[in-house]
Design a protein around this ligand. Structure first.
Ligand code: PA5
Length: 327
């Protein structure tokens, strides 16, 4: 899994390049709204793009993780159907509903039933390399989405920011490994409570909790400032025992509302002093660098936690068993 994290920069470049021609065939005028339809390690790319666009996009972005579409999605929307395997039943069900509502679409997949279904339509497909766990293919899955919103003018700096991001990950990975190892040690045998300081970075926190689930075979909880200041903060009054640890995800100044920085300082004094707390900080100048520096560091923590606790980060037996028994 560690070597797959090292491949994220190449994946980002590959997906960006491969999607160019296909996305060029899509009308340049943005739709009324964008829906990204996909589950788990595929759907997270929709969450990331939504977070990235949250404060600047002129159109809403919705991520659908279900068998059924919300009632308000119609042919004025554009949907991206995203499934690494192409065999995820909820995503295939969404494909059918999108077809019957006549919603314009694009597909990102490595193959499977989805690719076969698309063969009978004129829907553009970005085909990405298969054979890896979906969660370890985030670069392949995310960059076609980035290219799409760039094509519509919704993220004008995408091309430059992607280059900066790729270079930054390549040059800082070794340093991040050291940081991640000591972080993993500090949450060993603890239940991590992930607090994300800024709502648009919540998808990175959610990805972290999913990586802890799947790579480290550990449970985790994620919440976001300032909402958690209005409810969850009270839960700590009931006592925290010895098995909790707070991990703060900090997007860094310039990407953080100043009031959330102030909230962080106050909350750190309100939480019980016995509660272990650590911070993972984003790096880089651009929003995309901040997203991916945090994401990669969190991925590394999940793999090192697996190493420390002696579990294999690759297999996801329970997910596979469930899919098999569902038939
Ligand atoms: O990480 C995983 O294996 C899962 O979260 C899958 O991504 C999820 O089950 C959906 O499968 P796919 O990404 O192939 O659509």
């Amino acid at each position: 899994m560690l070597d797959l994290i090292y491949r994220i920069p190449d994946q980002l470049k590959y997906g960006w390049k491969t999607a160019a021609e296909i996305i060029g065939s899509i009308p340049a005028r943005p739709p009324r709204s964008l829906a990204v339809c996909g589950m788990g390690g595929s759907g997270i790319s929709g969450d990331l793009i939504r977070g990235l666009l949250l404060q600047t996009s002129t159109i809403p972005v919705e991520v659908i993780k279900d068998y059924s579409l919300p009632g308000w999605i119609d042919k004025d929307w554009f949907a991206v159907v995203i499934s690494y395997s192409g065999n995820t039943e909820e995503t295939l069900s969404l494909w059918e509903e999108l077809s019957s509502r006549g919603v314009p679409r694009m597909v990102v997949t490595s193959g499977g039933k989805l690719e076969k279904l698309v063969q009978d339509s004129h829907v553009p497909v970005v085909k990405i390399p298969g054979g890896n766990p979906p969660r370890a293919s985030v670069g392949y899955l995310f960059s076609p989405l980035l290219r799409l919103v760039h094509h519509w003018g919704l993220y004008p700096d995408a091309s430059d920011e992607l280059d900066f991001t790729v270079n930054m990950i390549r040059s800082r990975m070794a340093k991040w490994e050291d940081e991640a190892r000591s972080l993993a040690e500090s949450i060993e045998n603890k239940f991590p409570i992930i607090h994300v300081l800024e709502p648009r970075f919540l998808p990175v926190g959610y990805r972290f909790s999913c990586q802890l689930n799947e790579n480290s075979k550990a449970l985790a909880h994620v919440h976001v400032y300032s909402e958690m200041n209005h409810n969850e903060i009270m839960g700590f009054e009931g006592g925290v025992g010895e098995d909790l640890a707070v991990v703060v995800l900090d997007p860094g100044d310039g990407f953080l509302h100043p009031r959330n920085r102030k909230r962080e300082r106050i909350v750190s004094n309100i939480l019980p002093p016995s509660l272990p707390a650590c911070t993972i900080k984003a790096e880089g100048d651009s929003l995309l660098e901040r997203f991916f520096s945090l994401l990669v560091k969190c991925d590394l923590v999940s793999v090192f936690l697996a190493e420390i606790t002696g579990v294999d980060p690759l297999p996801v037996d329970s997910i596979e068993r469930l899919k098999k028994e569902l038939g």
